[in-house]
Design a protein around this ligand. Structure first.
Ligand code: HGY
Ligand code: MN
Ligand code: MN
Length: 410
């Protein structure tokens, strides 16, 4: 086991092959969840896993599980995986690295004809990004029992298409129950999507946990009226109100520095006409913090700011918290297995908490779970220029292999 090493070139080639699906002009990927491009990526992954001798199962949320048998297949599997869906201006590595690192682990076990005690599975979780369908991580959330199946299937995109309909349309509405089965251990390999590992010249991030998130949807209602004839003191301008709240959302993060982050990334104006005062604005707010109490204080401040602005500007508001994902701590044995694998391979490493959410956050509720980070260039992600080096990706995959084999042994 010690001298088993993954094939870094093969991993890189499969990443570049997958990156051809939904390739964007600036070198990134756009494969929104459950689009035809997501289907193409899923089909490619399934074909590669079948070539590697895996059996394939798809559950009712479209999660894919490629299984390599072990000596004792009555044992729960050691699983790895991540997501193939991307942001609209996504990169080639966010999620995809974790999925194809799982495939590379299976290919490597085949190369060395190594039989694990427990079976091994490589998974693809549906709609991790929460970009087309909110919230994020909804399919691993159903698997973990956080959401029920009906909730998962009813998530709709901005055009009203639901996940259930789209799963059916692309042929990934599986018949396997989603969740309710034991997993011996789960590991997810992922790019850090932040600047720390690169800045500290560390090859491996040993994740100890992930920060919490609260997502809100806010609708402000004022009154459409003529841009030229309506005096300033008679306006009920929904976009002006939203602008004040967007600025205040940024101030919430500054007030809870250094660990808070807040974002407004989605905003729709109606009627969106250059010479009509906006009557309605819909926008989304993303609040994050490593500790729960600070995160709930930030949420309270957001609600209070909305009330104050609407009171002052004569607007109505509808403020809905659509998602709460608490801060999590990963399983000590899995964290130790990742750290031991990094040390065994001589990779510079450090403990780290994830700023991003991952499917592993929800799976940690139903299985002993750990994560492995590798650096990405300038810490940039959710951007087409997202980049990572073949050597770092191979190192992360080697650590994944060793951690999984350790947990899949007798
Ligand atoms: O938003 C996140 O943290 C993840 O990329 N879905
Ligand atoms: Mn991701
Ligand atoms: Mn992402």
């Amino acid at each position: 086991m010690k001298n088993m090493r993954i094939n870094g070139q093969r991993l890189w080639d499969s990443l570049m092959e997958m990156a051809k699906i939904g390739a964007t002009e600036k070198g990134g990927n756009c494969r929104l969840a459950l689009t035809d491009l997501d289907k193409q990526g899923r089909d490619l992954f399934v074909s590669w896993c079948e070539e590697a001798g895996c059996s394939i199962r798809v559950d009712k949320m479209g999660n894919i599980f490629a299984r390599r048998p072990g000596r004792d297949n009555s044992l729960p599997p050691v699983m790895t995986g991540s997501h193939l869906d991307t942001q609209p201006t996504g990169g080639k590595f966010d999620g995809v690295f974790g999925v194809l690192a799982g495939l590379e682990v299976i290919r490597t076990l085949n190369d060395f004809d190594y039989e694990t005690e427990a079976p091994v599975e490589a998974a693809v979780w549906t709609n991790e990004e929460g970009s087309r369908f909110a919230p994020a991580m909804v399919a691993s959330g159903v698997f973990a029992g956080v959401f029920d199946l009906e909730y998962g299937h009813s998530r709709a995109d901005l055009d009203g298409k639901t996940m259930g309909e789209e799963l059916e349309r692309i042929g990934y509405l599986g018949d396997e129950p989603c969740g309710g089965r034991e997993i011996r251990a789960f590991f997810e390999a992922h790019i850090e999507q932040g600047p720390i590992l690169e800045a500290e010249e560390k090859t491996i991030g040993v994740l100890t946990g992930a920060q919490g998130q609260r997502w809100f949807e806010i609708t402000l209602t004022g009154a459409e009226s003529h841009a030229g004839t309506t005096p300033m003191d008679r306006r009920r301008d929904a976009l002006l109100g939203a602008a004040k709240i967007v600025t205040a959302v940024n101030e919430i993060a500054l007030a809870h520095a250094p660990n808070a982050v807040t974002t407004v990334g989605l905003l729709q104006v109606s009627p969106n006409s250059r010479n009509t005062i906006p009557g309605e604005v819909f926008f989304a707010v993303d609040l994050r913090h490593p500790t729960d109490e600070q995160l709930s204080a930030m949420a309270d401040e957001l609600r209070a700011i909305c009330d104050r602005v609407c009171e002052a500007d004569g607007l109505e508001s509808e403020v809905t918290e659509i998602w709460y994902s608490p801060p999590i701590v990963f399983n000590a044995d899995c964290v130790a297995a990742v750290r031991k694998a990094a040390e065994g391979a001589g990779f510079a490493h450090r403990d780290i908490i994830s700023g991003a959410g991952h499917d592993a956050c929800y799976i940690s509720r139903v299985a002993p779970t750990g994560m492995i980070f590798v650096p990405c260039k300038d810490g940039i992600s959710h951007n087409e220029i997202e980049s990572a080096t073949p050597d770092d990706l191979a190192a992360g995959c080697d650590v994944l292999l060793q951690a999984m084999v350790e947990r899949a042994s007798a």
